[in-house]
Design a protein around this ligand. Structure first.
Ligand SMILES: [Zn+2]
Length: 181
């Protein structure tokens, strides 16, 4: 997905305005004026901001009643059966995967393009927010909810970001990376 073929044409940023939360903003990213990706989050866990792509929690089925439970659940939500706490799948590096990204850049060129566009829009929105009479954009149905924030997921994303930076080696740490892939 080269920039010329499917350019990012709009990024909308809604700042959470909550300094206690690691989630600093919710964003929507529009490609080529034709396709929109929502629920992109900007997260700052103290080691630099990064982007979290929209994702969903992974689940598996209870052996007894076949109800689907989140992988971190210790007991089945339906029948109360005790669940194997170590049942989550692990990736090649041995890390537990609790979430899967629903949309994400596939190559580093696209990741960098997305990073730049979202970071720029984020900075611009922060500047706007300092002006008198600032009215934050409304995303209506994406304006909150427990599902949008998961402490364990943030920790997971931070770890992945640090590892990606380590893999890049010589590249300077930009302090802002795009999660995904
Ligand atoms: Zn069950």
């Amino acid at each position: 997905m080269a920039a010329g073929e499917f350019p990012i044409t709009e990024v909308r940023v809604k700042l959470t305005g909550d300094s206690q939360s690691k989630v600093r903003a919710f964003c929507s990213v529009t490609l080529a004026d034709r396709f929109v990706i929502r629920d992109v989050k900007i997260i700052d866990g103290g080691r630099g901001a990064f982007i979290a792509m929209p994702s969903r929690k992974l689940t598996d089925k209870c052996d007894r009643c076949h109800h689907k439970n989140h992988l971190r659940a210790l007991y089945c939500n339906q029948c109360g059966a005790r669940l194997d706490p170590d049942r989550a799948g692990r990736d090649a590096a041995g890390r537990v995967r609790l979430h899967a990204d629903l949309a994400h850049p596939i190559n580093s060129a696209c990741r960098i393009e997305l990073h730049r566009a979202v970071l720029q829009a984020y900075d611009e929105e922060i500047e706007r927010s300092k002006q008198e009479g600032y009215v934050p954009p409304s995303f209506d149905d994406l304006d909150g909810g427990d599902d949008l924030y998961d402490e364990q997921y943030v920790v997971d994303l931070q770890r992945r970001q640090v590892e990606r930076q380590r893999q890049r080696g010589a590249e300077p740490d930009q302090g802002f990376a795009v999660e995904g892939a």
